[in-house]
Design a binder for this molecule. Structure first.
Ligand code: ATR
Length: 280
């Protein structure tokens, strides 16, 4: 262990909205680690140069957010999951090599494990709404955990139709218009779109056909209880929220940069929730 003050950052454009500084600086304080986590507002055209100079800028690693997640793959040594997802959200330097991964995968899974233990006991079919980067991280994660069939519906059909080629035949495409019919045998429903986010339309979906043991997850975290999650809870279903995913995806970056695996606690959740409430 070095005693030097370590620093990491989140790189994005815009980056003001990122809650990562709040999370990582909370953990630094909580564990008494000499370190710092900053925001770095970097334009698309400056991203490659910024990443190339990461060590020179005094950073041991970084989070990567919009719009750089895809570009970061080619600028680093991605692990298998980052390659499969096609997007990177975590960078770290090791022996002068810039490595990368996508911790949205375990962020989603770890939160699901924490929110709905044994969700994967009988997970024959998961229904995923959306086909963007977040959807790819969720699909990859579900396949690694043995879900037999991952059915994806997206407003723009062509994006969903490209997914089986990346992830194989266990991933299937459903018509956007048939979403409600697809609910009947789904063990897990996941919204990976921006629908339901503050300022966006709600996801118009009647959950009546979902079975009583189905679990509903949302990656949206502003608001924490999206209309979709509220509807699921009203039906007595188990839910996993986007805030939990956000907190869990931060764990590995912190461990890689600062050498301590941090805990996702109720106190941290309350801190971030209060910040979200104050800023929306
Ligand atoms: P991310 O990388 O965060 O997943 P993205 O790649 O922009 O972001 O994907 C956003 C997802 O939300 C897509 O599935 C998008 O659907 P399209 O592919 O049809 O654009 C979905 N989405 C966003 N706004 C939507 C809306 N109003 N109705 C339906 N889907 C929407």
């Amino acid at each position: 262990m070095t005693t030097a003050r370590r620093a990491a950052c989140v790189i994005g454009w815009p980056v003001e909205h990122s809650r990562s500084p709040l999370i990582h600086n909370y953990w630094l304080k909580r564990y008494g680690i000499e370190g710092e986590y900053r925001r770095e507002a970097v334009r698309q055209e400056d991203f490659a140069a910024f990443v190339a100079a990461l060590a020179a800028r005094g950073y041991v690693g970084a989070n990567v957010t919009v719009p750089h997640k895809e570009a970061a793959v080619a600028l680093s040594e991605p692990d298998e999951r980052a390659r499969a997802v096609g997007a990177v959200n975590t960078l770290w330097l090791e022996d002068g090599v810039l490595h990368s991964t996508n911790t949205d995968v375990e962020g989603f899974l770890d939160n699901l494990d924490a929110s709905a233990p044994h969700w994967d006991r009988d997970a024959a079919k998961a229904l995923i709404i959306g086909a963007g980067g977040a959807s790819r991280a969720v699909i990859y994660g579900l396949l690694t955990r043995g879900v037999e069939r991952v059915v994806v519906a997206n407003r723009t059909a062509s994006r969903a139709e490209a997914l089986p080629a990346s992830f194989g035949k266990r991933v299937q495409v459903a018509d956007w218009a048939r979403l409600e019919a697809e609910l009947a045998d789904a063990a897990l429903l996941v919204n990976t779109t921006t629908l339901g986010m503050h300022g966006q339309p709600a996801l118009a979906l009647d959950l009546a056909r979902l079975g009583g043991h189905a679990i509903v997850a949302d990656i949206v975290y502003v608001p924490v209880v999206t209309p979709l999650l509220a509807a699921a809870r009203a039906r007595g279903l188990a839910t996993a929220d986007g805030l939990g995913m956000l907190l869990h995806q931060a764990v590995r970056g912190f461990a890689l940069w600062f050498g301590k695996t941090p805990e996702v606690t109720a106190e941290l959740r309350a801190l971030v929730e209060a910040d979200l409430d104050g800023r929306k």
